[in-house]
Design a protein around this ligand. Structure first.
Ligand SMILES: [Zn+2]
Length: 281
């Protein structure tokens, strides 16, 4: 748990930031991620779920929803199959899936179970297994509480004042809203790039690929998806945003490929026990 850096951040920040950092530290709990990593989390799940739901409502109002019912049905089918393999605490969330009319191949999942997929995702994901790979990765960010960690770190550093204000119900500025949405992983949408850390990405890759296998999807879909993204980036000469916020694409493919042999039997067992996703693109 990174206590020392947090105290250092508190020592050099401005008075209001310091006050918030102290509050954050006072409220902070030591949590453990699903892979056994220690986490510094200063916000409750209920608070994060409210933030996720509010941000999702804002996006549904400001961003264009796709009218492609087939894409929506595919995304919903994949998510409901993945949900079967989630822990009970995550299954109780009020899950919602929407498809946004946006050519950028991107997807996100917010605390509280709000999932967005851009229509551009269909230009890199050719099969349900590949779509499951990207959505399982995003769900893994949620069940690992990565957004809560990011918001907590920012509160401790006195940066995301919005977080504290949102909880107390006071007014907020557009700039703070943008920062907070960046911390939720919505940087691409609001122009505040706060890439997930390498630690979070690796954790989401590991958990996401296991999750898709446990739901009965082919774990090699994760390898094909990433390879497809790199190929597309090479053709267009401009990497999609999801690659720039997710570092080391080649290393990740090697790691995803290395786990396929171990996860194949997991997927076979899931299918034998009745988890046979029947989603169509
Ligand atoms: Zn990620």
């Amino acid at each position: 748990m990174p206590l020392l850096p947090t105290f250092r951040a508190a020592a050099r920040c401005r008075p209001l930031g310091c006050a918030l950092a102290v509050v954050a530290l006072a409220l902070a709990g030591c949590a453990t991620s699903p892979t056994g990593r220690s986490q510094f989390i200063a916000v409750s799940d209920a608070q994060m779920e409210r933030l996720g739901a509010t941000s999702f409502e804002r996006m549904k109002q400001s961003d264009r929803l796709s009218r492609d019912g087939r894409k929506l049905a595919t995304a919903q089918c994949v998510v409901s199959a993945l949900k079967e393999a989630l822990p009970a605490s995550a299954q109780r969330l009020d899950w919602e899936v929407q498809v946004f009319a946006d050519d950028n191949p991107n997807a996100f999942a917010l605390p509280g179970g709000k999932i967005g997929v851009n229509t551009g995702m269909w230009t890199v994901a050719a099969t349900p297994d590949e779509l499951a790979a990207v959505l399982a990765h995003e769900l893994a960010h949620v069940i690992s509480r990565h957004a809560a960690e990011r918001v907590s770190q920012q509160m401790a550093a006195g940066v995301a004042l919005e977080a504290a204000q949102a909880y107390s119900g006071s007014r907020t500025t557009p700039e703070n809203t943008r920062l907070l949405m960046g911390a939720l992983g919505l940087g691409a949408q609001v122009g505040v790039m706060l890439p997930f850390s390498r630690v979070h990405e690796t954790e989401a890759d590991v958990l996401g690929q296991r999750l898709m296998a446990e739901a009965g999807f082919d774990p090699e879909g994760a390898v094909r998806l990433r390879a497809g993204m790199i190929a597309k980036a090479g053709r267009s000469g401009r990497p999609p945003q999801i690659l720039s916020t997710h570092p080391d694409p080649q290393n990740r493919i090697v790691a995803l490929q290395a786990r396929v042999a171990e996860l194949r039997p997991v997927a076979e067992q899931a299918r034998a026990s009745g988890r046979r996703p029947a989603c169509r693109m």
